[in-house]
Design a protein around this ligand. Structure first.
Ligand code: PBG
Length: 342
């Protein structure tokens, strides 16, 4: 056996039948492991999603997401300054209005909470962070759907596009660098791009929620935005059973002018993330969503899992799968952990 060559040229048989080829050698010390690590997340890859709620004087904890709050305008300003200090890439802002209605009026009001927050944050951090905003109606509608409804109670794709166009204009005017259309309406990227361009906002970019699955893991987010959704989003978000369909969504969003694309959720869809990362001509982000966050926090609280190690392992997994950027509620924790661990 000794000295025998395998088909790929590796000499597996060493002296006395013990291995000559030993992958464990490069795992011997922390310095060796660090040197040969193929993928490592960096604070500059991370985007912090943040909620800002209208009419509150104290940040309100989101009970299903320990450590996450609905910010006041003032606490969001501070969080933005801290994020800039920590070297993260940017913020994705979600507004929680005091009042919701059928068409999500507060989402297109220039003085709506998200628009106010965008102005606050831009005046706080300028261009130091990429300031992004969620472009969707579900935070603003009393029925909780991502669009407006037709006479039969169905989400009306093209009427919704008109609402998105208006939202895009007010968000751009309020100072967003980048908009994140997340409603999964057909044609939303093209329609929003045209609306922005017509209003003179050619410089505002679009981070398309290209591949967004109808997922059980959004649960805690619905608490975070006070959603009153009954039913589900299966007529517009993708079916978890379908992988190939993601390529079609990618082709459409690229053709319509997406500047960056996203896969969402993260962990249950690493195969899709890899596929999109290999095909995309533009940067690819992944959104580690509320339920992914809640699961790790809950298990850690019970002492069943090493929280910090689990966080870093999930982020490393996204990089390995091909993500350029990661939206994660742990962005601040992760930036600190990455600094500490080198
Ligand atoms: C839609 C939107 C949702 C999330 C981000 N944008 C909710 C949904 O599609 O149901 C979920 C994010 C998360 O769960 O962390 N505006």
């Amino acid at each position: 056996m000794s000295g025998e060559l395998t088909g790929d040229g590796g000499r597996v048989g060493g002296l006395g039948g013990f291995p000559a080829v030993r992958p464990r050698r490069l795992r011997t010390t922390a310095a060796l492991r660090r040197m040969v690590a193929e993928h490592r997340p960096h604070p500059a890859d991370l985007i912090l999603p943040a909620f800002v709620r209208e009419g509150v004087s104290e940040p309100a904890p989101v009970s299903s997401m320990p450590g996450v709050v609905q910010h006041t305008r003032e606490s969001l300003r501070r969080a933005a300054a801290e994020a800039a200090e920590a070297g993260v890439a940017g913020l994705m802002l979600f507004g929680v209005p005091a009042e919701k209605d059928a068409v999500g009026s507060r989402g297109t009001d220039p003085d709506g909470i998200l628009q106010q927050a965008l102005r606050d944050v831009r005046s706080e951090v300028g261009d130091e962070l990429v300031v992004m905003s969620d472009l969707c109606l579900d935070e603003y509608t009393d029925h909780g759907h991502c669009g407006v409804l037709d006479a039969h109670g169905r989400v009306d794709n093209d009427a919704t596009l008109e609402r998105y166009a208006e939202m895009a204009r007010v968000q751009a005017e309020a100072g967003a660098h980048m908009l994140g259309p997340s409603g999964m309406m057909d044609g939303q990227i093209g329609h929003v791009r045209a609306a922005l361009d017509a209003a003179g906002h050619q410089e505002v970019s679009l981070f398309a929620y290209t591949v967004k699955y109808s997922s059980a893991f959004y649960g805690p987010f619905r608490e975070a935005v006070g959603s009153s959704l009954t039913g589900d989003r299966k007529t517009y978000q993708q079916d978890p059973a379908n992988g190939r369909e993601a390529r079609r969504e990618l082709a459409l969003d690229l053709a319509e002018g997406a500047d960056m694309v996203m896969v969402k959720p993260g962990t249950p869809y690493l195969d899709v993330l890899r596929d999109i990362a290999q095909r995309s001509e533009v940067p690819v982000g992944v959104y580690q969503i509320s339920g992914e966050y809640a699961m790790v926090e809950a298990a850690a609280e019970k002492g069943w899992i090493d929280r910090d190690a689990a966080i870093l392992e999930t982020l490393t997994g996204f990089k390995r799968a091909g993500a350029d950027l990661i939206l994660t509620y742990w962005a601040m924790d992760a930036a600190r952990l990455l600094r500490e661990r080198g």
